[in-house]
Design a protein around this ligand. Structure first.
Ligand SMILES: Nc1nc(=O)c2c([nH]1)NC[C@@H]1CN(c3ccc(C(=O)N[C@@H](CCC(=O)O)C(=O)O)cc3)C=[N+]21
Length: 285
């Protein structure tokens, strides 16, 4: 099968259809004079963060969510940042609060996340939402894992009883996607930097999620023929964006694969729109 024949999972297209659904629901809320609101706090001037935040703002415009970006200087203190979060917790028109990561080193990230009202935690990073995700169910699921599950679902990729291998154990991607795959009845293995004989595990994967943070780390010899490969990585290189998967060689071997760009990234943004809408419905719908 060649590129373009459906083997390349079109995250951009699925994101577009998810956004259309959010937009329709936001329009319904407008009949009650409710407009969902998202506040993004950006500390410092990391260029990559600025780009991602601008994507989030544009998506809000597309779906009918009010967005506000709060730019704080790189030397913002912990107290100042917490005070800002608390103010947003109190603001009725703010349904979602997102503090863009990574944060400068003087900031205690965990304390910031714990200060966000769990009902407004559209990243799904607050311990209350993490606990609900693991133990039962919550609407506020971390955006990247949520987007991946939507993609698998829309492409009818079977998970029940399948071997799913997640490479990476971050709180943002690895741990939550492993839990969601488990809930979907996959058999889940989590690999990480200390895993011995990584290839032994990845070669068994029917579904392989690469969230390693290293450019083109997953090579063709590491994947099983006919697998589904989800590439969560984003690396800026001289030749443009590349992922955690060596796309050209791996795509020859697998049944389905997400591209970078145009795969997981747009789904992350669309899921943020969904989470903001859901937070709004739950708070004031
Ligand atoms: N609190 C918080 N929540 C986040 O969700 C969060 C964060 N911090 N910090 C940074 C990461 C990264 N992230 C991305 C969002 C969209 C694309 C995206 O749209 N990518 C496009 C285009 C990439 C490009 O052109 O730069 C694509 O892959 O096709 C990528 C990455 C959200 N993050």
């Amino acid at each position: 099968m060649k590129v373009g024949e459906n083997k390349i999972l079109n995250g951009k297209q699925v994101a577009k259809s998810l956004e259309a659904e959010v937009r329709a629901k936001a329009e319904k809320l407008q009949e009650q004079d409710i407009v969902p609101g998202l506040s993004v706090i950006l500390v410092g001037d990391d260029p990559a963060s600025e780009v991602y935040v601008s994507y989030k703002e544009k998506a809000c415009q597309r779906v009918g969510i009010n967005s506000e970006v709060i730019n704080l200087p790189a030397d913002t203190s912990q107290e100042e940042l917490l005070a800002k979060v608390e103010k947003l917790n109190q603001a009725n028109e703010v349904d979602g609060i997102l503090v863009q990561l990574p944060l400068p080193e003087q900031i205690d990230e965990e304390e910031v996340i714990e200060t966000i009202d769990p009902a407004k935690d559209v990243d799904g990073f607050h311990p209350v939402n993490v606990g609900k995700l693991v133990a039962s169910s919550t609407e506020l699921i971390p955006c990247t894992p949520k987007g991946i599950m939507e993609l698998l679902n829309r492409y009818n990729i079977d998970l029940v009883g399948q071997e799913a291998v997640v490479v990476g154990r971050s709180n943002i991607v690895g741990k939550p996607i492993a839990n969601l795959l488990l809930q979907a009845n996959a058999t889940v293995t989590i690999c990480h930097s200390r895993t011995q004989n990584l290839t032994k595990h990845t070669k068994e994967a029917d579904i392989l999620v690469a969230a390693v943070g290293q450019q083109e780390f997953i090579t063709a010899d590491m994947v099983k023929e006919g697998a589904t490969v989800i590439d969560v990585g984003i690396h800026r290189t001289g030749d443009g964006l590349v992922g955690d998967v060596a796309f050209e060689e791996v795509q020859e071997k697998v049944a389905a694969i997400t591209p970078v760009p145009g795969g997981v990234g747009p789904l992350t943004i669309a899921s943020l729109m969904e989470n903001t809408l859901v937070a709004c419905q739950q708070r004031r719908g």
